[in-house]
Design a protein around this ligand. Sequence first.
Ligand SMILES: [Zn+2]
Length: 234
Amino acid sequence: MRILAVGCHPDDVEIACAGTLAKCVKRGDKVIVCHASSGDLGHVIIPPDELKVIRAEEARRAGALAGIEVIYGGFNDLDIFDNNKQSRDKMVDVIKYADPDLIITHNPDDYMPDHTAVSRLVFDASFTATLPNYKSREKKAAKLVPIYYMDTLAGVNFIPTDFVDITEEIDLKIKMLNCHESQIVWMRDHDHIDFPDMVKTCSRYRGYQCGAEYAEGFRQCQAYLKGTSKRLLP
Ligand SMILES: [Zn+2]
């Protein structure tokens, strides 16, 4: 299978579903992670142009640890709007390039506008990308496939319908997260949290909900043509 996970900022996918993606690679899937935004505003001191370069390298290293291809969606922080053709076309090309059998992205009501815009863009583009006569940069149309929404930050307002046991992947997940060094400092200074501790605790909490030591939770997007009778998550 081919899996596309679209997160907003470099590190969002690591927080919510890196364990699941690592497990997908282990079972032989091709996994592509798209970080929609460069993450250029995610620091108190480092200016945007410098931070972009640092975060692209952090993201590449995190993906490499799990055998994941990492691509960039072409947006910047707080500059993602889902209701225009230019933005949708960027996401259409990400989906056409990845040609996935399963898409994972943000829950539609996560905590900040970039996350909700990315969720909406992925939903809208996932249909548009399947039309052979719709013109965009990538030529080949993608398939109509299910979307799974990944957990929100700290699991707020999110009741999973599907769980993935990541007990064997939790250490790798935290290693991937630790690649995002600039964000560990940022979250300590701006949000006053211990980032790896938060992520490990949330994975443990989801584990308690499904009888595993550590787990990640998902919700399947319920929409016409997005249903399946198969278990696609590992
Ligand atoms: Zn984010």
